[in-house]
Design a protein around this ligand. Structure first.
Ligand code: URA
Length: 206
C-alpha cells in the first residue's frame, strides 16, 4: 500500500482549525472543504492526460486534458465533507455513495445504502475522512472492488496507525492519501489527538 501524508503549510493551517474544539460547525465545514482541495490535488497527481493541439492567441502549441475516467465514492455521512475538492477540480467526475454501519448483533460492517456509477476500469477516489479501525473504509473498498476498478485511492483527513495497518493487511494494492497520521485510537475508538466526531462536527449534531 502506498501511504502519502501531505506536507504543506496550508494543510497544517486548516487541519488545526478542524482539530480545535472551539471551531463552530460552519467554519468547520468551510475548512473541511478547503482541505478537500489539498487532498484532491495530491490524489490526482497520477491521473492520465490526453494530448491535444491548442491555439493560443499567438501560436499553436501542445495542450492536455484530463482523461474522463475518474469516479468518486463518498462514504456517508462524513465523506460528504470532502466532496467539494474532487468535484470542483476533476472535470466530469461522477459520484457514488455508500452508507456503512455496524450490525448491532454481529458487530460486522454492513451497507445500508449504495448508489454507484460505473466503476469498471475507473480511477476511484474513496472519500472517508476518519480512518480509525479501518472497518468501514475496508468495507467500502471491498464494495468498490466488486466492480473491477482500474485503481483505488482513499482520501482521509486523519488516519490512525491501527487503521492504516488494517488497510495494509486487507488492501495492499490501494493508495492512501491522508492529511495526518495521528498517534492512536483511544478505548472508544476515537482517534487521538484527532478532531472528535467528523460527522457531528460537520453537520452540527451531537
Ligand atoms: N470517526 C470520527 O468521526 N472520529 C474519530 O475519531 C474516529 C472515527
Amino acid at each position: 500500500m502506498e501511504l502519502i501524508e501531505i506536507k504543506h503549510p496550508l494543510k497544517e493551517h486548516y487541519l488545526s482549525i478542524l482539530r480545535d474544539k472551539n471551531t463552530d460547525f460552519e467554519t468547520f465545514r468551510i475548512c473541511a472543504s478547503k482541505l478537500s482541495y489539498i487532498l484532491a490535488i495530491e490524489a490526482t497527481k497520477k491521473i492520465s492526460l490526453n494530448e491535444k493541439n491548442i491555439e493560443t492567441p499567438l501560436t499553436e502549441t501542445k495542450g492536455f486534458n484530463i482523461e474522463n475516467d475518474s469516479v468518486a465514492v463518498s462514504v456517508l455521512r462524513a465523506g460528504l465533507g470532502l466532496v467539494d475538492g474532487i468535484r470542483e477540480l476533476i472535470p466530469n467526475i461522477s459520484f457514488g455513495y455508500v452508507g456503512v454501519q455496524r450490525n448491532e448483533e454481529t458487530a460486522e460492517p454492513e451497507n445500508y445504502y449504495e448508489k454507484l456509477p460505473v466503476l469498471e476500469n475507473k480511477n476511484v477516489f474513496i472519500l472517508e475522512p476518519m480512518l480509525a479501525t479501518g472497518g468501514s473504509l475496508s468495507f467500502a473498498i471491498d464494495t468498490v472492488k466488486k466492480y473491477n476498478p482500474k485503481n483505488i485511492q482513499a482520501l482521509t483527513v486523519i488516519s490512525a496507525p491501527e487503521g492504516i495497518d488494517f488497510i495494509k493487511k486487507n488492501h495492499d494494492d490501494i493508495t492512501l492519501v491522508t492529511a495526518s497520521v495521528d498517534e492512536k485510537l483511544n478505548e472508544n475508538w476515537y482517534i487521538v489527538p484527532g478532531l472528535g466526531d467528523m460527522g457531528d462536527r460537520l453537520f452540527g449534531t451531537t
